[in-house]
Design a protein around this ligand. Structure first.
Ligand code: SF4
Length: 262
């Protein structure tokens, strides 16, 4: 039988010292591949599972690398003192980290076996049986709920939200630490009505207390060009600070602990 440390997965980045992807100081491992196609996605190089070439800052870059659990664990362990002091750990992100269950679950289990706290950032678009395996070795779940309106969800994200909303409930019922995150995108979900609908939905999830509003930014824009793709929402303006504050107030009416960013 294959040693679980030898299981391979495909990643496209590792970021260290993150303070926005779960509690404390964390190392983020970005897994390649995502079933959604959100128009604002700031990691378009993480959407396809295939290894790609991207022009970035005037240079050609290969995006995607096959690695073993053992290799990633060794890298993640280097920052153990930071995790211990801050309550941080390992966060799996993407792309969609639920897309490579064998590798991801083995990596999360390996991290936990050496005392590293684990988190996943996900949009929850997969079979419940798969998510259930992740939850066994995950301490914190950060889950995106992007819009309650399914038509808009399909138009802007390329997939229905039905499975996502269903899985959000199941995760909440089966897991003690779930944070709901909402990327706030102009013309997609930046009205008081839409944010209120998401917050009210989140409020119905058992045990959920935290909701984070993540303002739209354009940090991934140049990557689209580098991949030979069009950045479809180029004409959208950033959301003014006072509007974000107003949306925050609306979200807070749900009684959840809400914040901008995180
Ligand atoms: S779910 Fe996340 S990674 Fe996937 S396309 Fe949307 S923003 Fe990008």
């Amino acid at each position: 039988m294959e040693n679980y440390l030898d299981i391979k997965g495909r990643i496209f980045d590792i970021q260290k010292y993150s303070i926005h992807d779960g509690p404390g100081i964390r190392t983020i491992v970005f897994l390649k591949g995502c079933p959604l196609r959100c128009k604002w996605c700031c990691n378009p190089e993480g959407q396809k599972f295939e290894i790609q070439e991207m022009n970035f800052a005037g240079k050609k870059k290969i995006v995607g690398e096959d690695v073993t659990v053992r290799e990633i664990l060794a890298e993640v362990k280097k920052d153990m003192p930071y995790y211990m002091r801050s309550g941080g750990g390992l966060t799996l992100s993407g792309g969609e980290c639920l897309g490579q269950p064998e590798f991801a679950v083995a990596l999360l289990a390996a991290a936990k076996s050496v005392g590293i706290s684990t988190a996943i950032e996900t949009t929850g678009f997969t079979k419940w049986e798969i998510i259930r395996e992740y939850l066994k070795v995950t301490d914190h779940v950060l889950m995106d709920i992007k819009n309650i309106d399914n038509e808009k969800h399909q138009k802007f994200c390329g997939q229905s939200n039905e499975l996502i909303l269903e899985n959000a409930r199941k995760i909440a019922e089966n897991h003690k630490d779930l944070t709901i995150r909402v990327p706030v995108i102009p013309t997609f979900n930046d009205t008081e009505k839409e944010i209120s609908a998401i917050a009210q939905f989140a409020k119905t999830l058992p045990g959920v207390t935290k909701l984070h509003l993540l303002p739209y930014h354009r940090l991934g824009k140049d990557k689209y060009e580098g991949l030979g793709r069009k950045y479809e929402i180029d004409e959208l303006d950033l959301i003014p600070q006072d509007k974000m504050q107003k949306l925050l107030e609306v979200a807070k009416k749900s009684g959840l602990n809400c914040q901008i960013g995180g």
